[in-house]
Design a protein around this ligand. Structure first.
Ligand code: AMP
Length: 216
């Protein structure tokens, strides 16, 4: 019985490796060197598929993969569209940690605008997270959906502020933006296909247990 795990390249892949090791699973190829999208492991019954971070929930929901590792940010946006029950979410893996924040140009009086009840233009890839956050604060916003390089939006005058992931803060600093609100902490979670959980129950339950123990 094959188990397929969906991962995205980069931080999530790198930080999932030690968890796989704990389950005795080793990758046989380096994804940065290989062009393959399906990577074998030392266990013939376990393989990894490499997909875009925002496609991981989709692969798992539709059974292209049994399991996946996905950031809380991506997961919230996916579930806003497909519902909380579209995926089983058994475990916070506490990897790829960062935070979701509001950032604005240093010379933009964000707090003042909020106090005045001004309408803000906010650019983001995370429209559901942003909508919920500003609605809860009672701040009126026009959201501009982008797919990348959010930092550019305020620099070009297209938006007053952005909602984006922040880790070291270097990207914001390099673009003369400052963090003005913390929205939520972000880490990556394990997601599981609902049907696979029933059909491959033993194998998947034991993987979840090993990962849980490795996370601590
Ligand atoms: P930094 O310059 O370290 O604050 O990193 C910020 C940039 O890296 C942002 O453009 C984010 O989109 C991206 N980023 C940082 N941490 C993560 C993460 N855990 N998952 C995905 N993207 C991230």
């Amino acid at each position: 019985m094959m188990i397929t795990l969906a991962l995205s390249k980069g931080r999530i892949f790198d930080e999932t490796l030690p968890l796989l090791q704990a389950a005795g699973i080793k990758m046989l190829e380096d994804p940065e060197k290989s062009r393959k999208l399906i990577l074998p492991t030392n266990q013939p019954q376990v393989r990894v598929v490499l997909v875009r971070a925002s496609d991981v929930p989709t692969y798992v929901q539709y059974g292209g993969a049994d399991l996946g590792v996905v950031g809380r940010d991506t997961l919230i946006e996916h579930c806003a569209e497909w519902g909380e029950t579209s995926l089983y979410q058994p475990l916070d893996l506490k990897i790829a940690q960062c935070r979701m924040s509001v950032a604005a140009p240093a010379d933009f009086d964000y707090a003042g605008k909020v106090r005045q009840g001004a309408r803000l233009r906010v650019a983001t890839k995370y429209v559901n997270i942003a909508r919920d956050f500003f609605a809860a604060k009672g701040v009126h916003v026009d959201l501009i959906k982008l797919y990348g390089s959010m930092e550019l939006a305020p620099l070009t005058g297209m938006a007053d502020a952005i909602v984006d992931l922040v880790s070291s803060g270097n990207t914001l600093k390099a673009n003369k933006l400052v963090e003005v609100e913390h929205i939520m902490p972000i880490s990556s979670r394990l997601v599981v296909n609902q049907a696979a959980l029933k059909l491959k129950q033993q194998r998947i339950r034991s993987l979840i247990e090993v990962f849980a123990a490795a996370v601590g």
